[in-house]
Write a protein that binds this ligand. Sequence first.
Ligand code: F6P
Length: 327
Amino acid sequence: MQKIKRIGVFTSGGDAPGMNACIRAVVRTAIYNKLEVSGIIQGYQGMIDNHFVDMDSRSVCNIIQLGGTILKTARCSEFRTVEGRKKAYDNLKAAGIDALVGIGGDGTFTGIEIFSREYDIPVVGIPGTIDNDLYGSDFTLGFDTACNTVIEAIDKIRDTAASHDRLFFVEVMGRDSGCIALNTGIAGGAEAILMPEKATAIDDLIESLEGAVAGKKSSTIVIIAEGEQNGGAYNIAQRVKAKFNYYDTKVTILGHLQRGGSPSSFDRVLASRLGFSAVNLLLSGESRKVVGLKGNEIHHVPIEESINNKAFKLAPDMIELSHILAI
Ligand code: F6P
């Protein structure tokens, strides 16, 4: 393998709090090791459009606390084509970029894996998504911050729900993962949590709501993961209301506000550790790896393994305790 001279760093897919802290760590670790760094604007789209910027230590000043991504992000269908990837390679080569660090989700990882095989360019992926749905890391960048954002919202909803004796259905993000729902449901004291990984029949949900009434609860909050099978919070609310109308019922979809905001301390540290490790991994001659956290240790797995395995992060004890603590 040739000695690396210039690393290209990019963010791709949905933005997540902590991406900027991670870019900062990649840039500064690379510069510390006498490498040059290009920021690739808008992920794979920027490779195709030849949109690169030189980065130095000062280009990443004052960004550790910022949500979003200073490098912008995009979902790029052209990169899925052979022609698109050829254009990207020609542009990277002309810019002298001879290794890549990609921060994103499984789409990002699939892209760099294919690209690295086609053009023999060293690549490392860093898990960045609020969904916490990637194999190879206990936590993805942005998950902790997103959960804190959701908790803040649930606490506020609880105030008004308790004042009016209301039932709230709160829908959270996560795509096919119930991680945000389960964690925030427990942390927010939800009376029920609906997740894609564990089907809940509407009649069972109604039974637990009746339990809440019997237990003299003045408010009830049900957290619904967007990927849950019953068809979303509005639909569920309607079906519940048709059979159980003890409470006045309201629906809140938290939506994209879960993606923004200043990263938590946990996400900033995780981002810094993963960015640092990604560059060190490239320097040690490794490629096609995803860096992640296992226990409190940084480790890495082949990108292929990360793509081909499902992250199963809903600990059974958490599901059980979410029921018990809701009585
Ligand atoms: O993957 C992050 C995520 O926020 C998911 O939770 C959600 O399903 C999706 O992205 C929304 O994507 P977009 O921002 O393209 O609407």
